[in-house]
Design a protein around this ligand. Structure first.
Ligand code: NA7
Length: 468
């Protein structure tokens, strides 16, 4: 939506937005699990050019974020350009054009293609023996069935990431029994300042004073930036210590020493994406909650068997097992300028130039591609920087000044070599298994400060690109 708005503002109306879902909002359209919220303050999770205060809390439920997306789509007239329930299956570059095909057999050509497909999209179904043999209800949090009634049910949850820590407190009082299958403990920090309500009087004030709303959003982003940079850059510094202390204080509130020990991670906070929750530990201490740390042996018709031989009999198994974060726009079949497949180009690991372009794939731009900053910062903000940067390149093509733009392989090599040099010192390489790491075990996120990425997205150095 951000790309489309900027293209329309620049007068480019020959635009089609292909959307796989029935509505706008991306991950906020497809995710519906109980407890779902955004862990970035909602006011800071809005476009800089369309700040909003129409939220009930600092961290509101998912449907308020979806409503914001719908409002933006309506306000900027995007629906006129969107083809809903159209999934792109192939994109092939030839003669300075992209031929895109949809899964229903239709096709179209485009001078430029922008892949704004997000990262929380392809569900990760765990490779657990017997997964399909379960006779109860098996559900992934990313495809929640809102008609599912958990009252009085015995529920097993697999996975202890951000999704689990939101889901468990939201369902614990409904279910008869909840067993949480934990493979790795997570650092859980409290929201600094809690999750205050935004009253109607406050909203009214912010509506009347957009400059104050902007200031508020800027202040929130600044605060998150300091936390993210603090943890990533100075892994032994004050911010890291403060977060560590806050996590430790919350852990100390767990009365059962065995559970406390089991929920204590054995790696540095921030190595996996930090989790914010006030309610997860209290939920896990309720009488009907059980933490299972024995590994899963297999799934059977009646439940989950752990490696010590125990069978947990269950009515529902919830897979809170996340996403395939390294798929990016795949399973689309993408062919570049020599007929090469993106799957082959990325066979040894996904890479890009500055997170937005791939050598050999001219006029193809990405939002949140490989090595984009993907930590606890606002993804909307990062996307805006990327859009403003790559539209400067796309403009050369759209204004007829160039037939194609692609990153220069030497510049890409230099850029990626520099990233690789910097990643060993980052928190993500400090010894944990996380989705920040690629198939080679190397962090696939921006290894510097938020400001350094923002600066790198100011304006392209044309020497880094082949312009035909
Ligand atoms: P995450 O953060 O990827 O968490 C997935 C969880 O599922 C994590 O605890 C995994 O354990 C666990 N997992 C995955 N596969 C298995 C198998 N096979 N067996 C047991 N446990 C497994 O996904 P979320 O949905 O929580 O969050 C995704 C993002 O959404 C989040 O970062 C925010 O940006 C919003 P592991 O830690 O790998 O041992």
């Amino acid at each position: 939506m951000g790309c489309a708005i900027k293209l329309l503002e620049a007068g480019h109306r020959n635009l089609v937005i292909y959307e796989k879902n029935k509505g706008v909002g991306g991950t906020w359209e497809t995710n519906r699990y109980p407890g779902l919220t955004c862990d970035v303050p909602a006011i800071a999770y809005t476009y800089s050019f369309e700040r909003s205060c129409e939220f009930s809390r600092q961290y509101p439920a998912w449907n308020e974020i979806r409503a914001y997306c719908q409002m933006v789509s309506d306000k900027y007239g995007l629906k006129e350009f969107i083809q809903f329930e159209k999934e792109i299956s192939e994109a092939t570059y030839s003669n300075d054009q992209w031929l895109v095909k949809t899964s229903d057999g239709a096709s179209d050509t485009a001078d430029i293609v922008i892949m704004a497909t997000g990262v929380l999209r392809n569900l990760n179904y765990p490779d657990i023996e017997g997964l399909s043999s379960f006779e109860g209800t098996l559900i992934h949090t990313g495809r929640w069935d809102e008609s599912l009634d958990l009252k009085g049910k015995r529920v097993g949850v697999i996975g202890t990431g951000a999704t689990c820590t939101q889901l468990v407190p939201a369902i614990i009082d409904d279910v008869e029994q909840l067993v949480l299958f934990q493979r790795t403990a997570q650092w859980v920090a409290p929201f600094e300042g809690g999750n205050p309500m935004i009253t109607e009087a406050q909203r009214e004030h912010l509506r009347k004073h957009p400059e104050y709303l902007q200031k508020l959003a800027d202040g929130m982003l600044d605060k998150i930036e300091k936390i993210v940079d603090g943890i990533l850059i100075d892994t032994t510094g004050k911010t890291t210590q403060r977060i560590r202390e806050q996590c430790d204080e919350r852990l100390a509130e767990i009365t059962d020493p065995v559970m406390r020990n089991q929920l204590t991670p054995d790696y540095e906070p921030g190595c996996k994406r930090l989790i914010w929750s006030e309610t997860f530990y209290p939920a896990m201490q309720k009488d009907n909650a059980q933490l299972e740390t024995n590994g899963i042996e297999c799934i059977e018709a009646n439940g989950i068997r752990t490696q010590n031989g125990d069978l947990h009999e269950l009515d529902v198994i919830v897979l809170a097992t996340g996403y395939k974060m390294h798929d990016y726009m795949r399973p689309m079949k993408i062919k570049g300028d020599q007929g090469q497949l993106l799957d082959d180009t990325w066979a040894q690991g996904e890479f890009a130039h500055r997170g937005i372009m791939i050598p050999g794939y001219p006029n193809l731009f990405m939002v949140m591609g490989p090595n984009s900053p993907l930590t606890n910062f606002s993804v909307i903000e990062v996307a805006e920087w990327q859009i403003s940067y790559f539209l400067q390149l796309a403009d050369l093509v759209l204004q007829g000044k160039a037939a194609s733009v692609a990153p220069n392989p030497e510049a890409v090599q230099k850029f990626n070599d520099q990233l690789k040099e910097r990643t060993p010192g980052t928190i993500w390489a400090s010894g944990c298994n996380s989705y920040y790491l690629d198939q080679n075990g190397l962090p696939n996120v921006w290894p510097g400060s938020v400001a350094s990425y923002r600066e790198s997205m100011q304006s392209p150095d044309l020497n880094e690109y082949i312009i035909k």
